[in-house]
Design a binder for this molecule. Structure first.
Ligand code: ADP
Ligand code: ASP
Ligand code: MG
Length: 452
């Protein structure tokens, strides 16, 4: 019965209000293979919860934010037949959030933040379950924390794939086999002590893919607010073009370099199991979308352009680097110790430059700590530059064809480029630019390489 299982994930705007939730119900019930529904918190809710968890809210602001949460969720219950018991359940979550936000104002922690923000997904998932039931469908609410197991890196936890797989087979599969549409949460998980963790901002896509892997799904569908993956963010470039088919590699490069449509880790579980991923609009499913697959018929040199803001460039120099081995190992061991993944790397005789992302940690606190920088300063000179953005061109065989790079360089020859990365992968070419000009540069690159 579940051989052709499809998992449908709906993002924040797709569950923003009652009308949006009705669209989700239509999308799910149009495909009998869709038996597991993974939802994000209603649009705006996670941002509010992150602020409450920051410990910086005075009581007036705290009440204002709790009021906003109430308003968002009560607007949904008001469209359901008996709102009162549902409102009571919302109130339980709000009470918990208020108490924990008060604790955070005494001492914030990533552990507490994850617990606070998890309430967003818990509320949206229980409300959309009610919308399914109101429409006459058999739907079961399921707490994903029973099966999605991670380590204890609060704020950006790492899944434990084997444990998750066996828990899903034990607990989630039987529930789906009973014939219900099972509704669960994206983004949140738990560690082996049963404490709530999160996968980092935007992590619901990753949750859907992890559950897809654990349950050997046939397809994973990411329903969002745009009809598929485009040649660049259609909000930045209105005439960006939809891409009907993408390879895992191309999509993963796009996500890594800032295409927000997919969380950067989403493709990992899909690749491990060879599960195709579909991206479409929950509001306009009829407009079609993008299939992300192991391979595609077309292999264009230029497929897409992506923008990633808030990049930090760290230049590390040591006169001792000349002819000495081990300097790079020393530098990278510090990044590894602080669990910082490095994006771009460039080296010279006496220095190395790397870029780090501001991070998708749920707390939103940039995780380039003074402590880490001091550890680097102990053996080299450290220069930190901010206000930079990464513009990445994603394509195929970029290092094997003549003229590809020249054409890309030509399109931004009037900008000062702080760093270029090329060659490690034949699927991308990256430029680091001043954030003030990066959006304009992206538009020009798109026009030059991808339009007409
Ligand atoms: P959700 O809440 O459904 O997860 P997100 O806001 O995380 O939605 O991602 C969808 C958004 O991603 C779109 O509204 C769009 O602005 C942005 N985006 C960035 N790059 C792309 C791209 N290449 N194609 C489509 N959308 C993109
Ligand atoms: N609600 C979470 C966020 O806003 C997770 C997600 O939407 O994917 O980051
Ligand atoms: Mg998202």
């Amino acid at each position: 019965m579940l051989e052709d299982l499809d998992i449908a994930k709906f993002g924040g705007t797709s569950v923003a209000n009652y009308a949006a939730m009705e669209n989700c119900v239509k999308v799910v019930t149009a495909n009998p293979a869709t038996r597991l529904v993974v939802v994000s918190a209603c649009a705006g809710v996670t941002n509010i919860l992150v602020e409450l968890a920051s410990g910086s809210c005075r009581s007036e602001r705290l009440e204002e934010l709790i009021g906003k949460l109430r308003e968002i969720h009560y607007a949904i219950t008001a469209c359901l037949p008996s709102p009162e018991p549902l409102n009571q359940r919302i109130e339980e979550h709000l009470r918990l959030v208020r108490d924990m936000a008060n604790s955070a104002s005494m001492e914030r922690s990533d552990n507490l933040t994850d617990y606070i923000v998890s309430n967003g997904e818990l509320m949206s998932s229980f409300l959309i379950t009610e919308v399914f039931r109101q429409k006459g469908y058999q739907a079961e609410w399921f707490d994903v924390r029973k099966v999605l197991r991670t380590d204890s890196c609060y704020g950006r936890a790492n899944p434990i794939v084997e444990v998750t797989a066996s828990l899903c087979q034990e607990q989630l599969r039987p529930l789906m086999e009973q014939g219900s549409i099972v509704v669960t949460q994206g983004f949140i998980a738990s560690n082996s002590e049963g404490q709530t963790t999160t996968l980092g901002r935007g992590g619901s896509d990753y949750s859907a893919a992890l559950l897809g892997e654990a349950l050997a799904a046939k397809t994973i569908s990411i329903w969002t607010d745009v009809p598929g993956v485009y040649t660049t963010d259609p909000r930045l470039v209105p005439h960006a073009m939809p891409i009907p088919e993408l390879t895992y590699l191309e999509a993963a490069e796009m996500a890594t370099f800032g295409a927000k449509i997919l969380h950067p880790s989403t493709l990992l579980p899909a690749v491990r199991r060879g599960i195709p991923v579909y991206v479409g609009s929950s509001r306009e499913p009829e407009r079609g979308g993008t299939w992300v697959r192991p391979s595609t018929d077309s292999h264009p040199a230029y497929r897409a352009v992506a923008l990633r803001k808030n990049q930090t460039l760290i230049v590390l120099s040591s006169p001792r680097m000349v002819g000495v081995s081990g300097f790079l190992a020393q530098v990278f061991s510090v990044f590894a110790k602080y669990r910082r993944s490095v994006d771009l790397v460039s080296t010279s005789e006496v220095s190395i430059a790397v870029t780090l992302d501001a991070g998708t940690n749920t707390s939103g606190i940039p995780d380039i700590s003074e402590e880490m920088l001091n550890e680097l300063r102990a053996f080299c000179h450290v220069k930190v530059e901010t206000g930079l953005s990464l513009v990445a061109i994603i394509g195929n065989d970029m290092s094997q064809s003549a003229g590809i790079v020249t054409k890309a360089f030509d399109s931004i020859d009037h900008y000062a480029v702080r760093m270029i990365c090329y060659g490690a992968s034949s699927h991308n070419l990256c430029f680091l630019l001043d954030s003030k000009v990066a959006e304009q540069a992206l538009k020009e690159i798109h026009q030059h390489l991808l339009e007409n």
